[in-house]
Write a protein that binds this ligand. Structure first.
Ligand SMILES: C[S@@+](CC[C@H](N)C(=O)[O-])C[C@H]1O[C@@H](n2cnc3c(N)ncnc32)[C@H](O)[C@@H]1O
Length: 462
């Protein structure tokens, strides 16, 4: 559907009596978000942290998920298809039933076009409010994605409860909620724009007014100090509307996030450091503490308090991207020698740069600091004698037992020592989000470049 050709809808009411849900509906009909060109599917696979099989399997399914078995997934507030496309592509040719649900017909049309261009047939389309899920008889799901949606509901707890009820006992959710402190600069500007736009029913004119304000913000305005991601957002009308003109928008501190999940009987499984290059491990307070005694003290804190402290010390975390579930799955561990280490999605396709750093002749003692060329995330790695040899054996299919056996065979090194060295390597990579584990009964990961090129071979991309 070409949104521009639709007759323009206007808000009919005065802001003082605004039905915010009607405003939110019209907002996403007019400015589907995020802005995506379906034709770009031919050029690249857009990936999301939640949906990547490496993390999903590691954090949500104990590293034992065979994605060839039947799998039911729901995208609640699926938007223009981010996340959906990634999961549907990984599930190509498997027994997946994926349901996309969103209130916005314009967003649905874009997501659908993306899936059609990819020739995928594993998605069912529903234009509905997620608040009506109980009436739809959809059954339960192994996985539910609801990213950037619940904080736009008048009662987010009601939405979360509905999703939790639709989640199977061993299922998991991929959620993203706005974070409080990183968004502090936004709310005064939202308030200013509400005043400026009072009585203005035309959404495009609201955006134009916002642009006029943004182009001459005084240097004292908090928004000038915003994280780069916000400055990126205001390059498009859809981004401006979503960030600065939203009718329903709330943000959560870490304690509020924990309390929120508790209202629906959900546990926090893992928080991602998605999109924050400056910190190795965003939610670990040790990242921001140099003092050894303080580090030690903080390491005895509960997980909730550690996350709380990390958020307060960082100061500008603007979104919480995480998994939640009714149960607490036990992530795979190096303690089991049958476990298979694999490179994370972010690092695999550009891995030459990382391996270059590791495989270079290592001089002297000390640490290697590796910087991901794309995301700029860093990992600090202790230099050990067999680091390069161990690294070379990781192929996403070889169990730890076999990796150690091979390196011991080549170098004559002691197995226990090698295991220790591997653990150092894994800890650094796993903290950076570059390495995960799986057990042999789970499916091997297919990386984004391969997923894309098996459908759109490089020759078609010229
Ligand atoms: C910020 S967008 C996020 C889209 C997508 N989840 C993503 O991460 O890219 C929010 C989406 O939630 C949808 N939405 C808002 N309220 C909803 C509701 N009550 N039921 C279903 N969808 C809703 C909007 O139409 C919009 O597409």
């Amino acid at each position: 559907m070409n949104v521009a050709q639709k007759p323009r809808e206007f808000l009919k009411h005065d802001d003082s009596t605004a039905d915010t849900q009607e405003e939110v509906r019209l907002h996403y009909e007019t400015f589907p978000y995020p802005l995506v060109n379906p034709e770009d599917e031919r050029k690249r696979l857009s990936t999301t942290v939640h949906e990547a099989f490496d993390r999903l399997n590691h954090f949500c399914y104990e590293g034992r998920r065979d994605f060839n078995q039947p799998f039911r997934a729901l995208f609640a507030g699926g938007g223009t298809g981010e996340g959906l496309v990634h999961l549907a592509e990984q599930m190509r040719g498997r027994k997946a039933e994926i349901i996309y649900l969103d209130r916005s017909g314009a967003s649905l049309a874009i997501a659908k076009k993306r899936i059609e261009i990819r020739g995928l047939e594993n998605v069912t389309w529903i234009q509905e409010s997620l608040l009506n899920i109980p009436a739809l008889g959809l059954g339960t799901f192994d996985y539910i994605n609801c990213s950037g949606v619940l904080h736009h509901l008048p009662e987010p707890e009601a939405g979360l409860k509905i999703l939790a009820d639709a989640l199977s006992e061993k299922g998991a959710m991929g959620l993203m909620l706005y974070a409080k402190y990183g968004r502090l600069a936004i709310y005064p500007l939202q308030e200013a724009l509400r005043l400026i736009n009072r009585g203005e029913p035309d959404l495009q004119k609201r955006v134009d007014n916002a642009k006029a304000i943004l182009s001459h913000l005084p240097p004292t305005n908090w928004f000038i100090q915003s994280p780069p991601a916000f400055l990126q957002e205001i390059r498009s009308d859809a981004g401006i509307y979503d960030l600065l003109l939203h009718a329903e928008d709330r943000a959560y501190s870490i304690p509020e996030l924990y309390d929120f999940l508790e209202t629906a009987g959900l546990n926090l499984l893992h928080l991602f450091h998605d999109g924050y290059p400056e910190a190795g491990n965003l939610y670990d307070p040790a990242t921001y503490l140099q003092d050894a005694k303080l580090r030690e003290k903080v390491s005895t804190f509960s997980q909730r308090d550690q996350h709380t402290l990390a958020e307060l010390l960082h100061g500008k975390i603007y979104k919480h991207t995480f998994y939640a579930a009714k149960h607490v799955p036990k992530p795979p561990s190096l303690e089991n020698i049958e476990v298979i280490p694999l490179f994370g999605f972010d690092v695999h396709d550009g891995a030459e740069n990382i391996s270059d750093l590791i495989l270079k002749p290592q001089e002297g003692e000390g640490h290697l600091i590796l910087t991901h060329p794309g995301t700029k995330v860093t990992a600090t790695l202790k230099k050990t004698a067999n680091l390069a040899a161990l690294f070379m054996q990781i192929d996403g299919c070889r169990p730890l037992r076999e990796i150690l056996r091979r390196v011991a065979g080549d170098t004559g090194a002691d197995l226990a020592l090698l295991r220790q060295e591997f653990s150092t390597l894994y800890d650094a990579f796993h903290h950076a989000g570059w390495m995960y584990l799986r057990y042999p009964e789970s499916s091997a990961v297919i990386y984004p470049l391969e997923l894309q090129q098996r459908i759109f071979p490089p020759k078609d991309n010229v």
